[in-house]
Design a protein around this ligand. Structure first.
Ligand SMILES: Nc1ncnc2c1ncn2[C@@H]1O[C@H](COP(=O)(O)OP(=O)(O)OP(=O)(O)O)[C@@H](O)[C@H]1O
Ligand SMILES: [Mg+2]
Length: 249
């Protein structure tokens, strides 16, 4: 839970001379489902990498009073900044509960299914309820559906009490029902946390975004409400030919 905002100012990332992110500014506040969209290679993931310390960036990314750029990855995590990756990064051979234990920094020995439930701490219990995974406590993560794996990753961030959730294409590969469930989950989570969603799925964006930043070739092309961004001719031009992505649908 947080009152602070994430404020990114003139963020730049270069890879041996190639400008992947060329001066990007945006902010995200608790209470909104903030979207970052843009074509392949626009620099979306690189922005998240820089904010989370995986990639060196210049400029500024502040969470409240705290500058994130220049800090080590684990210190940024400790400030409450969590992220997911484009490909799920849960431990397939461990159960849902064991994955959440690890996220919570607990080490639970391999114990029986019956004993598992008794030892569940309240933060894990809440995250399970919130993400709809309460019935999957003892399921090995590897046999969860694609959607459930993404929810497990989100649950892991909730267990860590992340103040900021940076989600890289959370609904890619999901069924329509899973998308709807994810959108509603993000709306609930965003009430008290900062949620920034990187997505390609324009239909999903239209349904759940409060504000949108459109990146193109490492720069902000457009920024505003869904309606404002959709009406922007520059955005329509960039998305032209990509399955009528920006037209009302
Ligand atoms: N480690 C790296 N070294 C060199 N170039 C990189 C590196 N990481 C990303 N890039 C380049 O930076 C640009 C932005 O990549 P990025 O992954 O941020 O795009 P993206 O918007 O997330 O795209 P996608 O929608 O395909 O995930 C791309 O041209 C990419 O090839
Ligand atoms: Mg990406």
């Amino acid at each position: 839970m947080t009152d602070a905002s994430l404020v990114v100012t003139d963020l730049r990332v270069e890879f041996s001379g190639f400008v992947a992110v060329g001066g990007v500014s945006f902010d995200a506040h608790p209470g909104e489902v903030r979207f970052l969209i843009g074509p392949n290679g626009a620099g979306k993931t690189t922005c998240i990498d820089a904010i989370t310390g995986l990639t060196k960036g210049t400029g500024s990314a502040r969470l409240g009073e705290k500058e994130l750029l220049g800090r080590q990855v684990h210190k940024i995590v400790r400030l409450g900044v969590g992220r997911t990756f484009q490909t799920a990064s849960v431990f397939d051979e461990l159960t849902v509960l064991q994955n959440l234990d690890i996220a919570a920094g607990r080490h639970r020995p391999a114990i029986s299914l019956l004993r598992a439930r008794r030892g569940v701490d309240p933060a894990i219990e809440r995250a399970l309820e919130e993400t709809g995974l309460a019935g999957e406590l003892t399921t090995p993560a590897g046999i969860l559906s694609h959607g459930q794996k993404q929810w497990l990753e989100i649950a892991m961030l909730l267990v860590q009490d992340a103040k900021v959730l940076l989600l890289d294409e959370p609904v890619a590969g999901m069924s329509q029902d899973e998308r709807t469930a994810t959108g509603e989950l993000l709306q609930r989570i965003a009430a008290k946390r900062i949620v920034l969603v990187v997505e390609h799925d324009m239909d999903f964006m239209r349904r759940y975004a409060t504000r949108v930043t459109v990146l193109h070739q490492g720069r902000v092309l457009s920024q505003g409400t869904v309606a404002e961004v959709q009406a922007d001719p520059r955005v329509q031009e960039v998305y032209l030919g990509t399955a009528d992505a920006m037209t009302e649908g």
